[in-house]
Design a binder for this molecule. Structure first.
Ligand SMILES: Cc1cc2nc3c(=O)[nH]c(=O)nc-3n(C[C@H](O)[C@H](O)[C@H](O)COP(=O)(O)O)c2cc1C
Length: 191
């Protein structure tokens, strides 16, 4: 099983670096597998720690893919890191081992602290649609634009039926990024 969460690492200047990742669990440990190159990977290898945040604020997912990474954070309790203010729960992690790979190394972490801050009120289809759309946008450079557009139009059904303000805003950021990408492919955006 893979959980989509927000991983926060510390940059060299100590500031928070916020990025979505799919996480796996094995024997009570957490596994993060970043594709190279990755600022998160660099930070993880240097600092040896991270904070994993579960949030239903999908603007943080879409924001990370569209240049909006500046979300409110507070200091973590047990590791030298940052917790997302909007996290329903968070886990503080320490690096245990690295399985090296040229393309996608696998990092295993021990959970040193976890805390719950707010209740999970249930699934929302628009939030799931924004997560899926964020994954598509993270692959803009790899997937044919026709595939991205047809998947977006399917995901839009759930968005239109069930979204609140945050989900609509996140969706718009992703749509803008796709439009921008299409303009670049047409040779526009050269200014
Ligand atoms: C839901 C979701 C899950 C993702 N999972 C991964 C992942 O497991 N590995 C990865 O390399 N990128 C993943 N990405 C893409 C990264 O978030 C994106 O490339 C981000 O910019 C990380 O790069 P950075 O470490 O340089 O910030 C995911 C994106 C989304 C929206």
């Amino acid at each position: 099983m893979i959980y989509e969460a927000i991983v926060i690492t510390s940059n060299t200047d100590g500031s928070a670096h916020i990025a979505p990742f799919g996480l796996r669990e094995q024997d009570g440990n957490v596994i993060i597998a970043p594709f190279r190159p990755s600022a998160t990977l660099d930070n993880l290898l240097r600092s040896g720690c991270a904070v994993v945040n579960a949030t239903t604020d999908v603007r943080v997912f879409a924001g990370a893919l569209t240049g909006r990474r500046d979300w409110p954070v507070r200091r973590a309790g047990k590791v030298d890191g940052w917790v997302l203010q909007s996290a329903l729960s968070h886990r503080e992690l320490e690096l245990l081992k690295v399985k090296e790979h040229d393309l996608r190394p696998e990092l295993t972490f021990r959970i040193v602290h976890e805390a719950t801050h707010a209740p999970f009120r249930g699934f929302n289809r628009a939030q799931a649609a924004v997560i899926e759309a964020s994954v598509l946008v993270s692959r803009l450079h790899m997937l044919p634009i026709e595939k991205i557009e047809s998947e977006m139009s399917f995901l839009k059904i759930a968005l239109e039926k069930t979204a609140g303000e945050n989900e609509h805003q996140a969706w718009q950021w992703l749509m803008d990024k796709i439009e921008n990408h299409k303009a670049t492919m047409r040779g526009e955006n050269l200014a």
